[in-house]
Design a protein around this ligand. Structure first.
Ligand code: ATR
Length: 273
């Protein structure tokens, strides 16, 4: 690809970004669709400065990740209703100078889950109470799933539980929730500390569905235990690819080349392992 004076710029803002696979995924998509565009990682703490720069430099689109998903909201011109309800934006589209915020995490998670699990009548326990937990919680509530929240910090956990009108459990009382769907949204088990699990093995029962939003490693310790105990498992790569594909669709209006994007990310992950 030739970078020239017509090249469009996209990127991701967050901190840390050292292990982000979004540049690999989106540059593969631009290249496969012959778009004259590049996607870069901007590791930063200056959210306001980034959004001012986005306007000044006509940056076409931005992914937003930890810890800025809520902090960007005051600097946008418009926030789509789903992202507003969740209180977190992971995608910004520059629509001719107007910065519009979206949340593709919720839709990405829904697609990844529904591909493998019938959600009707499920009793779901969400582990964690950060931005990803909020996005998934609101999405599941809209779908009528019975919810419970467990989190390390009681204050944050109870806060999300009350917004979702669901019970809260501390991490040492997870079995009391009796879930048949467990969704892991914390950073526990993420590369490089891959031998850790936020939930003990005994709560995993055959037939239960277990989703982990961590995609590095592709199979976390929690998912490895869940698979060994006969649970249906859903890895984080599926949600990551789907939220990224939705971003590409929002930015370009084109159908995302999902298999090229997935191959690029899997290849990068295998190099990292
Ligand atoms: P995101 O926006 O991706 O969800 P986040 O807002 O930083 O990220 O949330 C991270 C989640 O992981 C939180 O639920 C956090 O628990 P606390 O609210 O108690 O901080 C959870 N988490 C992070 N490290 C953890 C650990 N070592 N043990 C248990 N939970 C942890």
């Amino acid at each position: 690809m030739t970078i020239d004076s017509h090249t469009s710029l996209y990127g991701v803002i967050g901190n840390p970004l050292g292990h982000s696979l979004s540049p690999i995924m989106h540059n593969a998509a631009f290249s496969a669709t012959c778009l004259n565009a590049v996607y870069l990682a901007f590791e930063t703490e200056d959210v306001e400065g980034c959004l001012r720069g986005m306007r000044a430099l006509h940056i076409k689109g931005m992914s937003v990740t930890i810890p800025h998903k809520s902090a960007v909201i005051p600097y946008l011109d418009e926030v789509d209703p789903l992202a507003k309800m969740i209180g977190a934006v992971n995608t910004i589209v520059n629509e001719n100078g107007r910065l519009v915020g979206y949340n593709t995490d919720a839709r990405g998670a829904a697609q990844a889950l529904e591909e493998k699990v019938d959600l009707a009548g499920r009793n779901c326990l969400i582990l964690g109470a950060g931005g990803a937990a909020r996005a998934i919680g609101f999405m599941l509530r809209e779908k009528g799933v019975t919810l419970a929240v467990a989190n390390r910090s009681e204050r944050r956990g109870k806060n999300l539980a009350s917004v979702l009108e669901s019970p809260f459990y501390p991490l040492n009382r997870l079995d009391e929730a009796r879930p048949d769907l467990l969704i892991q949204t914390t950073s526990v088990g993420m590369y490089p500390r891959i031998d850790r699990s936020p939930a003990p093995e005994h709560i995993l029962k055959p037939g239960m569905a277990v989703m982990d939003i961590i995609y590095n490693p592709v199979e976390t310790e929690l998912l490895r235990m869940a698979r060994a105990r006969g649970c249906v498992t859903i890895g984080g790569l599926s949600m990551f690819m789907r939220q990224g594909a939705e971003q590409f669709r929002l930015w370009t209006g084109m159908t995302p080349p999902v298999s090229v994007m997935t191959d690029a990310v899997e290849e990068a992950l295998s190099r990292q392992a």
